[in-house]
Structure formats: C-alpha cells, structure tokens
Ligand binder design. Sequence first.
Ligand code: NAD
Length: 498
Amino acid sequence: MGTPGLTGAGTGTRGATATRTGRHALHTDLHIGGHATATDARFPVCDPATGTVIAEVADGTADDAVRAVAAAHEAGTRWAATSPRRRSELLLAAFGLLQDRAEELAALITRESGKALSDARAEVRYAAEFFRWYAEEAVRAAGSLVPAPAGGHRILVQHRPVGVCALVTPWNFPAAMATRKLAPALAAGCTAVLKPASDAPLTALCVAALLERAGVPPGVVNVVPSRRPGEVVGALLRDPRVRKLSFTGSTEVGRLLLREAAEGVLNVSMELGGNAPFLVFADADLDAAVAGAVLAKTRNAGQACTAANRFYVQAPVAGEFGRRLATRMAALTVGPGHAEGTDIGPLINAAAVAKADRLVASAVASGARALTGGARPSGPGCFYPPTVLADVPPGAPILAEEIFAPVAPIVPFDREEEAVRHANATDMGLVSYVYTGDLARALRLTGLLEAGMVGVNRGLVSEPAAPFGGVKQSGIGREGGHDGLLDYLETQYTAVDW
Ligand code: NAD
C-alpha cells in the first residue's frame, strides 16, 4: 500500500490532515463513523530515538468520545445481526491486508514506539494472528440446551454480544493490543470505540483503516486519540450506551477505571501490569535458560508486561548464569529502531530512562554488582543499555517495581520453597517463567506460582490461540484463545417449556 494510514478508508475524509513522514502520508485525525475528522487541537507524536515530532494528531475531547459512541451504537444493531460467517470473512480479509502491509506497518510502529524493526515485525505477525484466530472463532459461539434436572422444562443457554465496547490500549504494543481487543469484539458482534495511548496513536488509526478497507462497515470501529485520556475515557464510561470496558495498561490506571466503570456496572476486562519472576533451577539446561532469559528480558527493550523482571537462580548456577547472560546482553546492538541490526531500540520517553537509572542506582547502592551496563549513555535519544545485576538483595526496590527497561536483576536462592516464596512476594500475577530439567517439578510449580500464565522452559508465552491474562492485581479476564471471545459475550438463559 502507498500509505498505512487512513487514506481511502471509510466513506470520506472531512477536513483531514495529511502529515508526510518519510514514505508515509498519514491521516492523523479522529476516526468516527468511517470518517477521518480533523480537530483544531492537536498533539505531537515523537520518535523516541530522536525526539523529532513525526505527526500532529487530533486531540479528541469528551464530546468526540460521545460522538464515537453514537456511531458505534448506530452501527451496533446491524453488526450484531451480520452473520457470524460474514464477520469471519471480514476478519480473515483484515488478516490478509495486515500481512500484505506488514512491512509498512512495522515501520510505523517503530517510528512511534521506538522499538527495533525486528520487534515491530514480530508484533505485526502477532497482531495479524488475532484476526485469523477470531475469524475462526466467530463461527464457534456455542450455546446449549439441556433438560432441567426436575424435568418439565428445558434450559436454553445462548450468547449475545455485550454491545458497544470502550477499548483502551497502551503504547508498548500499539498494533497487537488493538487487534487483541478488536478481533474478539468484532467476532462476537460488538462495535467499539478505541482510545489508543497518546505516545503511539498512529498504528491504531492505521488498523482501523485496514479493517474498513477489508469491508468492516463504518461505525463498527471508531478511534479517538487524545492526550486527555481521563476526560475521553471518562466520557466513554459515563455513556449508558457503552456496556463494556476492556483496558490494557498499568495497574494504577486500571484501578482508577475500575472505580469509574463501577458506576455503570460495566462488564470489564483488565490486562494490567506485571512483575514476572524468572526461576532457574540447577538442573536446567543453562543454554536454554540464558536464551529464554534474553528473549523474556529484551523483547521490546524490556517494555512488555510479560518481561522477566526478577531472576531467581539456584545458587550453584547463579554465577555461571549471570556471566553468560551478561555476555549475551552485552553483545546486543542498541540503536534507533529503524536501523537494520538494532536489537534494542530506545525506551519510550525520558521518564522511562530516568526510572531505569534510579532503580539500577538503588540496587547497586544496596550491594548489587553490574556485570554489564548500569549507566545511561550520554547523547540524544531515550536509550538505556542492556544491564545485568548480580547479587541483588531480595528486598531491593528494583524487585518490587515493573522495571520496563532491559535490566535483569539476579537473586540467588537455595531451596525450591524459597524460590516460590520470592516469586509470589508481589501484588502482581501475570506470568512466571520456570527453567528446570525436572518435569515433575515444573508441573508442581504451576500449581504453586500465583500467575495467570507460566512459561516452562520457554521465555515467550504470548500466543493468540491461548488465554492471556493475570491474577491478583495483574488483571481480570482473558484475551486470546476461546476465552477471549467469551469476554465479549453475555450469557442469556431462557427457561423453555414446550
Ligand atoms: P498507562 O496505564 O499509562 O496507559 C494505558 C492507557 O490508559 C493509555 O491509552 C492511556 O492514555 C490511558 N490512560 C492513562 N491515564 C488514564 C486515565 N487517568 N484515565 C483513563 N485512561 C488513562 O500504561 P502505559 O504506560 O501505556 O503501558 C504500560 C503498562 O501497561 C505497563 O504497566 C504494562 O505492564 C501494561 N501492559 C499490560 C499488558 C497486559 O496484557 N497485561 C500488556 C501491555 C502493557
């Protein structure tokens, strides 16, 4: 495609602003009812590698949010009545378009989020798979009919679309977090208003355009970027036509939105923060554990909710694991995401660099040793070097926060019980990683670790066909797999006497 933006999308453009960024001519407006609608107020989106402004995006307001809800509501009845087979075909067409345009979408993701092109390409593949998976799921919304135990009547159970959904996404996976919500919502027969993160709103606009180019009717997917998220999301949640909130982001904001959603007793799905422990036992294949650690730590420069945040390594192999991990991490190329060969792009903004710096400095002050990295480089761009910290004391603050940077703190442990205690000593419960050669131990640990997902001898759990989500303060509900569809369906029971 000539542009990965909104050009040619929907039924027309009203006051559209085209911003040329390299090869891309992007529409950067609100996307409501199939129209790209310009606003007077706009906000800048910056390339984190250089700080350069790459686009000025429409700054949506509460009124815009209400107009988007109206469009989604109006489109809702017809979309819900569209046959599952047709919805499936449209999602499959969107899967094809995303694949055809993968390279351009990856370039856009890299420009606005900073991530390495290799990460952006992987994200596009992952994002596209949600369209394929839910194209397949759209035609499998099963119900049931059973006799009541006492006889006399029957119990008919059917599933109906929840209705208009407010979808709120973070900047770290701007394509995949959008498709992970849009694909099941559309498969279920729901319509949506998507509020992407203001750091990276362009990809979401592009995804909405691709869906419409695939044939999804105007109004089914609406996008309202804004740098006033509280105002826009608040308006969405107060609108009685909105029946669901699906949020991906920090636990802090999630908690706030849960309170707001309580007012209208909304159906909620919350994909929140993580603080993943990565357990390595002395009986593990150390090469595999190091490879898994590099993947779990450095994907997206460590800016993933599933990022390994705390490494607990059994004492006999802790030194060797740390040395090998440091060697592998030190060999990674840090640079602008768009440069071929870059493994680690910049962090999203200066505040993220300052946070990594603060956490590393406090760990070192409490006795940890930097085996590689450990200090932010001078010069432009929001870069932070791959860092491995050995001998981190179990109570160090760096273990209590989501680091969101390529920093790996290692804590040695002696016994399995101790590792489990450390792993569970957090309010979060998204994912845990376990490396061991003992399958019985691995399975025992899946029952002991407080996590919605466990990677056994694997550093990557994200998979469109699997139910992704957390326990404790990491979230409510699941995205992906068959469970992901259920999150957009209401169960209706009918007592039938015939
Ligand atoms: P964030 O919570 O700051 O923002 C997420 C979204 O909420 C954005 O669209 C933002 O504009 C919006 N928002 C912010 N403040 C708001 C408010 N007061 N009212 C309404 N909306 C508001 O998170 P982030 O920095 O964009 O993303 C990083 C966080 O997301 C990390 O904690 C990470 O673990 C989490 N995350 C979780 C998953 C998961 O699947 N569990 C996936 C990716 C990211």
